[in-house]
Design a protein around this ligand. Structure first.
Ligand SMILES: Nc1nc2c(ncn2[C@@H]2O[C@H](COP(=O)(O)OP(=O)(O)OP(=O)(O)O)[C@@H](O)[C@H]2O)c(=O)[nH]1
Ligand SMILES: [Mg+2]
Length: 489
């Protein structure tokens, strides 16, 4: 206890001296013994610590260490305060030590005292620093040879490390297995062979995408392959020049706004008004005489006996639910809201008859396929549609609407077969072209045209429209107006 008290007083005096020599200016500049030094935050902090937290100060501990012969077991790092001049000066009292930046952690269990026991031991006063992978080690070379042995070991390790870096045949640096045996020699086994990457390529996929190596559920793989090969087949379609020019002339497909603007579309207006007016006098005359007439709803039928008498030529719009039949009627007549539309499949559940003056009758048919309706109800209207397209007198044309993105479905083929049997003329109209790329619009048109090449009742060409952007609507109007043109009023 008495020794401890003595130490305390001596330490206090030391700290006072240190604190007296070191001052920190307002801008953080250190002033030691009246000389200006650099701005170092840690110094500032340490100087504060001298005043406030004397008991926890490392300086205190270090000073204590040099005052007494006791071996300090405290693991508080010396390096933390090594920049402190006051500490350095107190260390220099006992010997010459070269200190270097210590980036990493110190070896566990090793204390500052272990490394820096200088007082009371015979040393030659030389110190060396070994830098090893970012860790600086303070090594005191003593005459007893203990530390020399340690340095020898480090040198050996270094050599092994060097041996592990060899050059391969091409002259590139190559790492070999650097397991060192107990006697210190490096085991230079042959470099591990590179694993071969197995790359599978789908022969039908023209995109050359890599497939996953893992073998998942077989059914899924087959399904995926089928799907991919279908896509690949679609991408391989080469549209005819006439289809390609039709797509370009009508600005079909997903387009940039400025492209539409340059073509005369007013992109600020609603979709219905977004269809540019025709410059051709003939076209204008047709549109004026047929499609600019007021659209009037005049009958709805749930059963065939409710069909109105066929006094004027009819054009019916058929297709799966939600394909855009009702929207197209609105777009054709520019009378948004007369025909009701919905994003829910199965909105139209009756056959609705609309007339354009007394020149043309437009018929909105219920859709087939998936719909939000009871099965019995759905079956009933599907039967009604079949009956209408196969038996209706005065039916000039059925516009069979097909979603450009998804193409023809089995239910569409069923209806086509029926119309072929009943010799009802039908024309394919691709809808929602605004959500696919122009090239895919052309491919879809080409695909369907090829599909129906042998069908006798199919009317060419395949039409393409977008009720949203108005693209292709004018062309369809012109084509359909020819049916009404020759009607006697
Ligand atoms: N992007 C885009 N969406 C469209 C187009 N035409 C219609 N739609 C949308 O498709 C959905 C269905 O449209 P409808 O016209 O009601 O379809 P429908 O074929 O009459 O449907 P059902 O009456 O249920 O048979 C609506 O949300 C429309 O806004 C189009 O050209 N482009
Ligand atoms: Mg509808």
């Amino acid at each position: 206890m008495a020794v401890g008290a003595g130490l305390k007083t001596s330490l206090k005096s030391k700290v006072k001296v240190s604190a007296g020599r070191l001052r920190v200016a307002g801008d953080g500049t250190r002033i030691v013994d009246g000389k200006k030094h650099g701005n170092r935050n840690n110094v500032k902090q340490n100087s504060k610590r001298y005043e406030k937290h004397g008991s926890r100060n490392n300086v205190k501990k270090n000073s204590k260490r040099y005052e007494s012969d006791e071996t300090e077991t405290d693991s508080e790092p010396y390096q933390r305060n090594r920049r402190d001049k006051s500490v350095k000066s107190s260390l220099e009292i006992d010997g010459i030590i070269s200190s270097k930046r210590h980036k990493g952690r110190r070896k566990s269990g090793e204390t500052s005292a272990d490394k820096l026991i200088l007082k009371g031991k015979k040393i030659d006063g030389t110190t060396s620093t070994n830098r090893h992978k970012g860790h600086a080690e303070y090594e005191v070379l003593g005459k007893d040879g203990k530390s020399e042995e340690k340095s020898n070991q480090i040198a050996e390790k270094k050599q092994i490390r060097l041996q592990t870096r060899v050059l391969d045949r091409t002259g590139k640096k190559m790492r070999i297995n650097r397991k060192a045996s107990d006697d210190g020699s490096a085991e230079s086994s042959a470099p591990p062979k590179k694993r071969k990457r197995v790359i599978k390529i789908d022969p039908y996929d023209i995109s050359n995408k890599r497939l996953d190596n893992t073998v998942p559920n077989n059914e899924k793989v087959v399904e995926k392959k089928m799907e991919m090969s279908k896509n690949a087949q679609f991408r391989a379609i080469q549209p005819s020049p006439s289809i390609l020019s039709f797509v370009e002339d009508n600005l079909l497909g997903r387009r940039r706004l400025n492209e539409l603007q340059n073509a005369g579309y007013n992109i600020k207006l609603s979709p219905l008004d977004n269809i540019p007016f025709s410059t051709s006098k003939e076209r204008e005359r047709i549109e004026e005489s047929v499609f600019r007439n007021k659209l009037e709803f005049f009958a709805a039928a749930k059963i065939s006996s409710s069909f109105p008498p066929p006094t004027i030529p009819e054009i019916a719009f058929a297709g799966i639910s939600n394909v855009g039949k009702s929207s197209l009627l609105n777009a054709l007549t520019r009378q948004w809201g007369v025909v009701r539309t919905s994003d829910k499949p199965g909105h139209t559940q009756t056959i609705n008859f609309f007339k354009l003056a007394s020149k043309l009758c437009l018929v909105d048919l219920p859709g087939y396929g998936f719909a939000y309706a009871k099965d019995e109800v759905k079956e009933a209207w599907e039967e009604l549609v079949k009956e209408y397209v196969s038996t209706r007198v005065g039916l000039q044309r059925v516009c069979l609407l097909i979603d450009t993105k998804w193409g023809m479905k089995p239910r569409d083929r069923e209806l086509i077969d029926l119309m072929e049997k009943s010799q009802t003329p039908y024309q394919i109209v691709l809808t929602k072209t605004d959500i696919v790329f122009p090239i895919d619009v052309a491919r879809r048109a080409m695909q369907i045209q090829e599909d129906l090449k042998k069908n006798k009742s199919a009317v060419n060409p395949v039409m393409m429209v977008s009720s949203k952007s108005g693209a292709g609507v004018r062309s369809l109007r012109t084509v359909l107006a020819t049916l009404a043109r020759f009607i006697k009023p």
